[in-house]
Design a protein. Structure first.
Length: 74
């Protein structure tokens, strides 16, 4: 039986607050930014898991400004 659970079978964990996102920034190996109009989804990759955070495009800019972690824009 084949399950469509993505690479490695792990499901991303959705973050509900900006504070949660900022706490995990230090352990991130990569940040991906998906923009769609005025909204953005930030995907934060750590060694342990993938986290997502939905926010506005403006807030995404302020959260990722000045970060040393590699940022990939989509």
């Amino acid at each position: 039986m084949i399950r469509a659970t993505g690479a490695g079978g792990h499901v991303p964990k959705e973050l509900k607050s900006k504070d949660e996102f900022q706490k995990l920034l230090e352990s991130a190996t990569e940040i991906r930014v998906h923009r769609e109009g005025k909204e953005a989804k930030l995907k934060l990759r750590t060694k342990e898991a993938l986290y997502t955070f939905k926010t506005t495009a403006t807030e995404a800019d302020s959260l990722t400004k000045g970060i040393k972690t590699p940022i990939v824009e989509f």
